[in-house]
Design a binder for this molecule. Structure first.
Ligand SMILES: CC(C)(COP(=O)(O)OP(=O)(O)OC[C@H]1O[C@@H](n2cnc3c(N)ncnc32)[C@H](O)[C@@H]1OP(=O)(O)O)[C@@H](O)C(=O)NCCC(=O)NCCS
Length: 166
């Protein structure tokens, strides 16, 4: 298995994989593949990593530029998806580890909305003043690379369709 940048020929497989992986989640909006496609179309993918095994795309992780409060320079991680038949083999962990390694060189930190039970193991945590309006606070997490506490709303790229105040 290798983690590499997405190439043009991967895009149908990535959309299918993201749809399939999120299809297993009752809380899925069903729009995750559309979000990836919109980020890609707008040139907003800071990172677009695939996990490939034996010529097959089995995992995917996107990152895009984000803001927390008045602070630019954050990277928003997600969507993250692993082929359901390949869950619990360390593929999600490998994608996140590679993303964090790369983002440390370019961003002040990484942030996301996701399950704390999963992302806590990578050092993500909640912060008292970190939020996304309308989202339960325990799901809004960050990993500041400089140790400075993030304060304010995590503003996603408009491709996420959250209608946040820019
Ligand atoms: C979440 C996801 C990316 C994890 O990928 P993965 O390759 O199976 O993850 P890893 O093998 O690296 O890690 C698996 C571990 O995480 C745990 N885990 C997976 N999802 C979890 C969750 N939502 N909450 C807590 N733990 C979780 C597994 O139980 C496993 O624990 P173990 O190592 O103690 O056995 C994958 O389950 C997936 O694609 N899910 C559907 C889409 C999704 O939820 N994306 C993230 C949205 S924020």
């Amino acid at each position: 298995m290798q983690i590499r940048n997405e190439i043009t020929g991967d895009t149908p497989a990535v959309s299918q994989l993201v749809t399939e992986a999120f299809g297993t989640l009752p809380q899925s909006s069903g729009t995750e593949a559309n979000i990836v496609e919109a980020l890609r179309a707008q040139g907003a993918l800071t990172l677009s990593l695939v996990a490939e095994d034996d010529g097959e795309v089995i995992g995917y992780l996107a990152a895009s530029a984000a803001r927390i409060g008045m602070q630019n320079g954050w990277a928003l991680l997600g969507p993250l998806a692993v082929l359901p038949s390949r869950h619990r083999q360390g593929i999600g962990t490998a994608l996140i580890a590679e993303a964090l390694l790369r983002l440390r060189a370019t961003s002040r930190g990484a942030a996301l909305v996701g399950d704390p039970g999963y992302y806590g193991r990578f050092g993500f945590r909640t912060f008292i003043d970190l939020c996304v309006v309308g989202c339960p606070p325990e799901f809004v997490q960050a990993l500041p690379f400089d140790g400075v506490e993030p304060r304010g709303e995590l503003i996603h790229h408009s491709a996420f369709g959250l209608n946040q105040q820019g």
